[in-house]
Design a protein around this ligand. Structure first.
Ligand code: NAD
Length: 474
């Protein structure tokens, strides 16, 4: 497989023809190459997107809606082949890949309808001889920079509202997962969109990333990735005051109160923590259990976690696939080592699986405290760290004691507690007895170091629109 650059409606090998290799994280086999673009390629791509913006921004809403519907249909027709490539490149189980493809497709279906709701307002006239109104207009060329952990859905979550709004786009996928982006673009190419509306660049982010963000022709950068890179993008965007959406890292608390349904809470932890081998921004990173139920919940969790089937995502019964690379494995090991040194106990898993691939056994750690890296940083692996708490106030205080603010989870059957949790937790997304609250129709985004702006829902479309106010005196 060879992923080329895509711009101006056709494929390009790159000015210098350099490539980089992509490996299967389950087998370490080489599965393809992608073009390593340089700044000359980038300039051509931005030029193609800028040229196309003039026409695309003026297309009728209905035409754009029809194109989005066609994209939805083509993704679903090719769901299986997209899912297989996603599993090979990223490692998640095939059933998770199928879900990710369907989730990504839904953004096109949703924004094909949502674009008809992008109303402006009519202002009440201060005097009879004046009128005023606002309209929503596309912001311009948008750079969409995406991570490797949901490499298909994160492109769709940005691309669908951007195209619906009338923006032309440049997608820059993560260097670990360019192939799924390339295959998606092959489907888009077959739909014959106007040249320059959708464009793809791959390569070394240190070479093309800053140049893409700093280019004055790019009017919007929508980024999903780590907080560290998000900060650098913010600095680079400052030159031209380029509009930004930043979907950054999380450090989600998962609080289980003593009145919760324990079996349901265990199922919730399994879904929230071990999907995609724990490599999710909204994964439970710190699990707080109220003292009276801690022993029982831990026992049930150990038995559920040790029953998880770890393996190549292409095997039909696999539940937990590999981590993305050696660096990810090293980070998990380092966090566990740090926790053990500070007094934590590993009660399940705790080591890399022998043999090829970047597999780590699903792990449970008890007696975790706030001094440990497990509690302070995103571990991004299949590790469930448990801490015990006594009072509701202690739980909320511990949960909020983080620079991050993306997602938080609470399990309780007490309505008052549920309501107090929703008020007290300082996070953009709160799941109450709901371990997977993300939905296409809902605005997803973080507070504090977890980001700026929202994706999904009506809010996700606004990120690609400018407001224009017109006043008329007559
Ligand atoms: P990353 O920050 O390393 O990379 C993300 C993207 O940024 C990649 O495409 C990368 O090539 C690019 N990039 C790197 N340096 C750049 C630069 N200087 N300028 C421009 N682009 C640059 O993140 P990752 O390791 O791919 O993804 C994991 C992170 O993403 C985690 O922190 C996770 O929490 C976060 N994430 C957040 C959400 C969310 O919705 N908030 C969703 C998924 C992942």
């Amino acid at each position: 497989m060879e992923a080329q650059l895509y711009y101006g409606g056709s494929w390009h090998p790159g000015v210098h023809g350099r490539q980089f290799a992509i490996e299967d994280p389950a087998t370490n086999e080489l599965i393809g190459h992608a073009v390593s673009a340089d700044v000359n390629d980038l300039s051509l791509i931005i030029a193609a997107a800028s040229l196309a913006f003039k026409e695309w921004s003026r297309t009728e809403v209905q035409e754009r809606a029809h194109i989005l519907q066609a994209i939805y249909r083509t993704i679903m027709e090719h769901q299986e082949e997209l899912a297989r490539l996603l599993t090979r490149e990223e490692g998640k189980s095939l059933s998770e890949s199928r879900s990710e493809i369907a989730y990504g497709a839904r953004f096109f279906e949703f924004y094909a309808a949502q674009i008809f709701q992008a109303y402006g307002k009519t202002l009440s006239p201060p005097v009879n001889s004046r009128a005023g109104w606002t309209t929503k207009v596309p912001i311009g060329v948008a750079a969409l920079i995406t991570p490797w952990n949901y490499p298909f859905a994160m492109i769709c979550r940005k691309m669908a509202p951007a195209l619906a709004a009338g923006c032309t786009i440049i997608v820059k996928p993560a260097e670990q997962t360019p192939l799924i982006a390339w295959q998606f673009f092959s489907l888009l190419h077959a739909l014959s969109l106007p040249p320059g509306v959708v464009n793809l660049i791959t390569g070394d982010p240190e070479v093309i990333g800053p140049a893409l963000v700093r280019d004055e022709r790019v009017r919007k950068v929508s980024f999903t990735g780590s907080t560290a890179v998000g900060r650098r993008i913010m600095h680079n965007a400052a030159d031209n005051i380029t509009a930004l959406s930043l979907e950054l890292g999380g450090n989600a608390p998962f609080i289980v109160f003593d009145d919760a349904d324990i079996e349901d809470a265990v199922r919730g932890i399994m879904a929230c923590k071990f999907r995609n081998a724990g490599q999710i921004c909204v994964a439970a990173n710190r699990i707080y259990v109220q003292r009276p139920i801690a022993a029982k919940l831990t026992r049930q969790l150990v038995s559920a976690v040790t029953a998880l089937r770890v393996g190549n995502g292409l095997e039909p019964d696999t539940q937990v696939g590999p981590l993305i690379n050696q660096e990810a494995l090293d980070k998990v090991s380092e966090h566990l080592h740090d926790a053990e040194e500070k007094g934590a106990q590993i009660v399940a898993g705790g080591s890399k699986r022998a043999g090829p691939g970047y597999f780590f056994w699903p792990t449970i750690v008890t007696q975790v405290n706030e001094m440990m890296k497990l509690a302070r940083e995103e571990t991004f692996g299949p590790v469930a760290p448990l801490s015990i708490f006594d009072s509701e106030e202690d739980a909320f205080q511990a949960a909020n004691d983080t620079p991050y603010g993306l997602s938080a989870y609470v399990y309780t059957r007490n309505l008052g507690r549920a309501m107090r949790s929703s008020q007290s937790l300082e996070f953009g997304l709160i799941g109450i007895n709901d371990p997977v609250p993300s939905r296409v129709e809902a605005p997803i985004g973080g507070w504090k170091a977890s980001g700026l702006g929202r994706e999904g829902g009506a809010e996700g479309l606004d990120e690609f629109l400018e407001t224009k106010y017109v006043s008329v005196r007559f």
